[in-house]
Design a protein around this ligand. Structure first.
Ligand SMILES: [Mn+2]
Length: 410
C-alpha cells in the first residue's frame, strides 16, 4: 500500500495582493498531485487548508482545484482546516461541494449530545473510510476544542490492518502558535493507530515514525521561507517506510536583506552584491538614523533586483537612540525626537510637532481647541487629497482615451 500525504495547500492565496503568488500555490498543488499519481499511490491525503479562504471562493481558485482533482484517478481524502471551515457551525463548505461533485472524500464525525459518533463513509458523509487495506479516520479543525474532542474521538478508533488518523492541529514544540496539543495525548493510541496524518503547522516534522506533518508547499508567511517544503510519500508492506519529497516543485524564493542605510549609492552597491535571481519575494530591512526617501529606495531596489514582490521596512530605532544626544535638560526636544522616530518607524511623515501640540491641548483640557486644531489639519489634508484625486482622474481619462484609440486602430 502506498499513499501521499499533503497539507496546507492554501489555494487562492493572493499573497501580497499578487496574482503570480496565487498561481504559485496552484502550480504547487497541481504538481504535488501529479507527482503523487506518478508514484503510483493508492490514495492521497490532504490534511486541511486546501483553500486559503473559507467563504470568499472565486471562480479561478475553484477551477484550479477542480481541473487538478478531476484528472486524479485515486481517492483524495481530506479534512477541513481552519482556513476551510468555521469550527462550530456545521456549515456546508467548499470541501463538501467538491465531495458532492465526486472529487473529494471529506471526512468528519457527526455529533450526538456533544459526543462524536464515528460512522463509515456512505458516499456523502462519514468519519472513516476503508481504501484497500487502509482505514482512514478524519477529524476537521476544532481549535481550542481539539483536546476535548480528541478525548472522546480517539478511544472510538478501531484498529484496521493499517489505520490512519488524519486531522488539522499543531503538536507542541514546533512552532509558537496557540492551541497546540502535546504529542503525549496521541501516544496512548499507538495500539490502534499506525499513522497520524496532520496539517496546520507549515513546517515538516515527524515524531517517532508515528506523527507526520508535511508542512506547506509554498511560504504563506515570510517566517516560513527557510522551511523544507514537500509531501510525504508513504509505503506500508508490513513495515512502514516514508520519505519527504519536494523535488516536484521549486517554491518561490524569499530573500530578506538587512542592511544599514548610509547613502543611495551604497544601497545600490549592497543590493547588487546580495541579489539573487529575478522574480523573488524580497524584504528589505533598512536601518537608518536619517530620514530616507522610500520611493527612491524602491526605485533602486526594483532596478537592481527585479523582484516579484518588494517589501521595504525602515527601522529608525537608531535615530531614536541617537535622540539621547539631545541635552537631557531639553525634555521637549527629547520628547519630540522620540515621537518623530516612532512615527517614522510606522511610516508616517514628520508630524511630531502636531502630535505634541495635541498632547498639550488634551492635558490642558482644551477640547474645543483640539477640535479646531484637528479640523485645521484635516481640512487642509482633505483639500490636498481632493486635488490629487482630480489630477489622477484627469490622467486616467487620458489613459482611457489612449486605450480606446488603440482598440479602434486594430
Ligand atoms: Mn495552513
Amino acid at each position: 500500500m502506498k499513499f501521499a500525504h499533503l497539507a496546507d495547500v492554501h489555494l487562492g492565496y493572493r499573497q501580497y495582493g499578487s496574482e503570480d503568488r496565487a498561481l504559485d500555490f496552484a502550480q504547487a498543488f497541481k504538481k504535488a498531485v501529479e507527482f503523487s499519481i506518478s508514484q503510483k499511490v493508492d490514495f492521497i491525503l490532504i490534511a486541511g487548508d486546501l483553500f486559503h479562504k473559507k467563504s470568499e471562493m472565486d471562480p479561478i481558485t475553484l477551477a484550479q482545484a477542480t481541473t487538478v482533482l478531476e484528472k486524479t484517478n485515486v481517492p483524495v481524502i481530506v479534512v477541513e482546516g481552519n482556513h476551510d471551515s468555521t469550527y462550530f457551525r456545521e456549515r456546508f463548505t467548499w470541501m463538501d461541494y467538491l465531495t458532492i461533485q465526486g472529487h473529494l472524500i471529506n471526512l468528519k464525525p457527526s455529533f450526538h449530545d456533544g459526543k462524536p459518533v464515528l460512522d463509515e463513509w456512505d458516499g456523502r458523509g462519514g468519519s472513516y473510510i476503508d481504501v484497500g487495506d487502509a482505514r482512514i479516520y478524519g477529524l476537521k479543525y476544532y481549535g481550542m476544542l481539539t483536546e476535548k474532542i480528541l478525548e472522546d474521538y480517539l478511544p472510538l478508533v478501531e484498529k484496521g490492518d493499517f489505520t490512519i488518523f488524519m486531522s488539522h492541529f499543531g503538536i507542541e514544540g514546533y512552532m509558537n502558535i496557540y492551541g497546540c496539543i502535546s504529542s503525549e495525548r496521541l501516544y496512548g493510541y499507538r495500539d490502534s493507530i499506525n499513522y497520524v496524518a496532520l496539517g496546520h503547522i507549515h513546517r515538516k516534522y515527524v515524531e517517532d515514525d508515528f506523527i507526520f506533518n508535511p508542512g506547506s508547499l509554498e511560504s504563506c508567511d515570510i517566517s516560513e521561507y527557510s522551511f523544507e517544503k514537500g509531501i510525504f510519500v508513504v509505503e506500508y508492506d508490513g513495515e512502514l517506510s516514508y520519505r519527504h519529497d519536494g523535488t516536484f516543485h521549486k517554491p518561490r524564493v524569499f530573500r530578506i536583506l538587512e542592511m544599514e542605510f548610509r547613502s543611495y549609492s551604497q544601497l545600490r552597491d549592497e543590493l547588487l552584491k546580495r541579489k539573487g535571481g529575478p522574480g523573488e519575494v524580497v524584504h528589505i530591512k533598512l536601518k537608518t538614523s536619517t530620514n530616507i526617501d522610500r520611493d527612491k529606495v524602491e526605485k533602486i531596489a526594483r532596478e537592481t533586483l527585479d523582484p516579484l514582490v518588494l517589501r521595504i521596512e525602515v527601522d529608525y530605532s537608531r535615530g531614536v537612540f541617537q535622540a539621547l544626544d539631545v541635552s537631557l535638560k531639553d525634555v521637549k526636544g527629547l520628547e519630540k525626537n522620540v515621537i518623530a522616530g516612532i512615527l517614522r518607524g510606522f511610516g508616517y511623515e514628520d508630524i511630531a510637532e502636531e502630535v505634541l501640540r495635541l498632547k498639550e491641548l488634551f492635558l490642558a483640557g482644551k477640547l474645543d481647541d483640539v477640535d479646531d486644531f484637528v479640523e485645521s489639519i484635516v481640512g487642509a489634508r482633505i483639500k490636498d487629497a481632493e486635488r490629487e484625486l482630480k489630477e489622477e482622474e484627469n490622467a486616467g481619462d487620458a489613459e482611457d482615451e489612449e486605450e480606446w484609440r488603440w482598440w479602434e486602430g486594430r
